[in-house]
Design a protein around this ligand. Structure first.
Ligand SMILES: C[S@@+](CC[C@H](N)C(=O)[O-])C[C@H]1O[C@@H](n2cnc3c(N)ncnc32)[C@H](O)[C@@H]1O
Length: 214
């Protein structure tokens, strides 16, 4: 993952990142009209910028995909390979499968049925993670164990994006993870609706993982 490409995509998409207003949110808005989801156009735009920064050997890994809104937004207009982990406790997998097919992403997607963090162990040796988006269970233990669990699969440079950062349980997990790993730096901490910032869903943490920083 190339951090300069990520930053330059952010500046193409946002008028004044991390403010949430986009130059043209129509693509993400039309996704909302077509795919059920729990997110906001600004969050989707960050995921898109992150996936554009992947190199061809890396994957976009997501825990908590629901019907596919965030994954499809990330993979639009690029060739990112997707690995999606969900225990389908909220809806079954049929809607996700249909949506991936409709957006012609099914053949570059691997679905893992199961719970994070345990199912993160099902990544394969050739699946180096350039972007990890965590949007599954938002309790501290699941969040922290998932962040810890993904470390061994991360590329030497990777982005970790954690949703629902307004939630105290998520915030605690991220803070512990950052304190444990000098390779991890919080590059953006974005408040969401619970903190009076409505464009950002329930807040976002963007962590840069740089294995050289030990
Ligand atoms: C907030 S929704 C994800 C929303 C999605 N990212 C989007 O853009 O619409 C959370 C998802 O996480 C899944 N989930 C909840 N706990 C989980 C766990 N421990 N492991 C894996 N998936 C989980 C649910 O089944 C649900 O699909």
């Amino acid at each position: 993952m190339d951090i300069d490409i990520f930053e330059s995509h952010l500046s193409l998409l946002f008028r004044d990142f991390p403010r949430s207003d986009l130059y043209d949110g129509s693509e993400f808005s039309s996704l909302f009209a077509n795919v059920n989801g729990l997110s906001s156009p600004a969050v989707l735009a960050v995921l898109s910028a992150a996936a554009h920064a992947l190199d061809s050997s890396e994957i976009y890994l997501e825990a908590g995909s629901y019907a596919g809104l965030s994954a499809i937004a990330a993979a639009m207009n690029n060739s990112a390979r997707l690995v999606l982990v969900d225990n389908f406790s909220m809806i079954g997998d049929e809607e996700l499968r249909n949506n991936l097919k409709e957006y012609d992403m099914d053949e570059r997607t691997r679905l893992i049925h199961g719970s994070a963090p345990d199912s993160l162990n099902e990544l394969e040796a050739n699946e180096r993670v350039g972007v990890f988006y965590y949007d599954a269970a938002h309790d501290s233990a699941s969040t922290l164990l998932s962040l810890r669990g993904v470390r061994r699969y991360l590329s030497s440079n990777a982005l970790i994006v954690v949703d629902d950062f307004d939630s105290p349980s998520v915030r605690i997990a991220v803070e512990i993870f950052l304190s444990e790993n000098s390779q991890a730096n919080l590059i953006y901490s974005i408040d969401g609706s619970d903190r009076g910032n409505s464009g950002w869903w329930y807040g976002l943490a963007v962590i840069l993982w740089d294995s050289v920083c030990t």
